[in-house]
Design a protein around this ligand. Sequence first.
Ligand code: URA
Length: 187
Amino acid sequence: MTSLDDMAAGIAACIRCPALVASRTHTVPGEFPNGAELLLVGEGPGAHEDLAGRPFVGRSGALLDSLLLEVRMPRQEVAVANVVKCRPPQNRAPTRVEVDNCRPWLDQQLSRSAPRVVVAMGSTAVAWFFGRNSRISDLRGAAHQVDGRHVVATYHPSAALRFGPKGAPRAALHDDLALAVSLCRRT
Ligand code: URA
C-alpha cells in the first residue's frame, strides 16, 4: 500500500464531523495516480460521489472530463481531491468547522503526492488555498505561488454548468486548466 492508500483508510475511519459521518455512504478520499503532476481540488462529494466513493463522477465530473480532453490532459493522469471528504447533506456547502476538521487530510495529500500544479476549483477550494476573503475573479487567469507550488484559482464546474456552454465560467475554467497543464509541461 502507498502512503496515500493508507491515508484513504484513515479517511474512511474518520469521525471528526458527526453530522457527515451519520449521512455519508462512502468517504471520498480522492484519486492520486502515480506520478500525477496536476492536482484538481473541488469542494466536497455530491450524491454521485458519495455513492461511488470517487470524486467528480456526476455531471460536474462529466464536464471536467470533457474540459480535460480539450486541454489534452487525460483524466487518468490527473489527481483529483476535495476540501472535504464526506458529502455535506442536501448539497450544502461544508461549514467552516467541517473544512477545518478535514484540513489535515488535504494537507497530507498535498505533501505526499507533491503535485507541481494545483487547480483550486470554486470558492471553497479557493478559500482553502488563498484565505476566506479571496475572490475567484481577482485571482483566476494566473498561477500563484502558495507554499512553494503553483496554484491556479478558477470556477467550479457546477458554475460552468449553471451558466451553460457559452457562459463565461466555462471559458474561464477551460483557459485556467490549459494554463495549469502548460505549467506542468514546462521543464
Ligand atoms: N463537486 C465537488 O466539489 N467535488 C466532487 O467530487 C463532485 C462535485
